[in-house]
Design a protein around this ligand. Sequence first.
Ligand SMILES: CC(C)(COP(=O)(O)OP(=O)(O)OC[C@H]1O[C@@H](n2cnc3c(N)ncnc32)[C@H](O)[C@@H]1OP(=O)(O)O)[C@@H](O)C(=O)NCCC(=O)NCCS
Length: 161
Amino acid sequence: MFTLSQETAEDWWDVEALFDLSFAPGRSALSSYRLREDVDPVSELCRVARDDQGILGGAIRYWPVQISGQPTLLLGPVAVHPTAQGEGLGGALIRDTLARARDLGHHRVILVGDAPYYSRFGFEKLQDVKMPPPTNPERILGCALQPGAWQNLHGTVKPVG
Ligand SMILES: CC(C)(COP(=O)(O)OP(=O)(O)OC[C@H]1O[C@@H](n2cnc3c(N)ncnc32)[C@H](O)[C@@H]1OP(=O)(O)O)[C@@H](O)C(=O)NCCC(=O)NCCS
């Protein structure tokens, strides 16, 4: 039984350890990390899942980015501890935060990931949006939180600021 809550400063290193465990070494060399450098995450959308004993089972973070000057959310990283995978926790973290993002008035979310997984949450391959190289274009996915949020939007994803 996991409880979802907003990530706090005390959670930071636990979450980093979970991401280190879940991704290949050198994850911070990925191009998506260039968009996060020197930028604070969107705190309301950074959520952790802890069990009854306080053990971290999963975590998700979001960063603000821009595309042609339009504010956009970058989803990720998201990870579930290997012992808790396949039980719906990843889906719960993603659905919970997408609903919060919509309620907060955000328009769109982008991520770099596997379409067969993320399509169930409403993500589709983006045709006209590029991530900093090297990024496989097949893995650039977007989700509209408001109708038409991706219409006529094209360009390269850039950091805010
Ligand atoms: C991806 C991840 C967050 C999913 O969390 P989870 O709690 O295991 O996912 P859920 O229980 O909600 O969903 C499980 C389903 O997703 C599928 N799935 C998981 N990862 C997938 C992937 N990369 N591609 C396609 N399907 C995937 C499972 O096969 C399972 O399918 P089923 O419902 O038909 O049985 C988790 O597997 C993880 O942390 N992986 C390592 C880190 C990672 O890859 N993060 C995502 C980066 S893009």
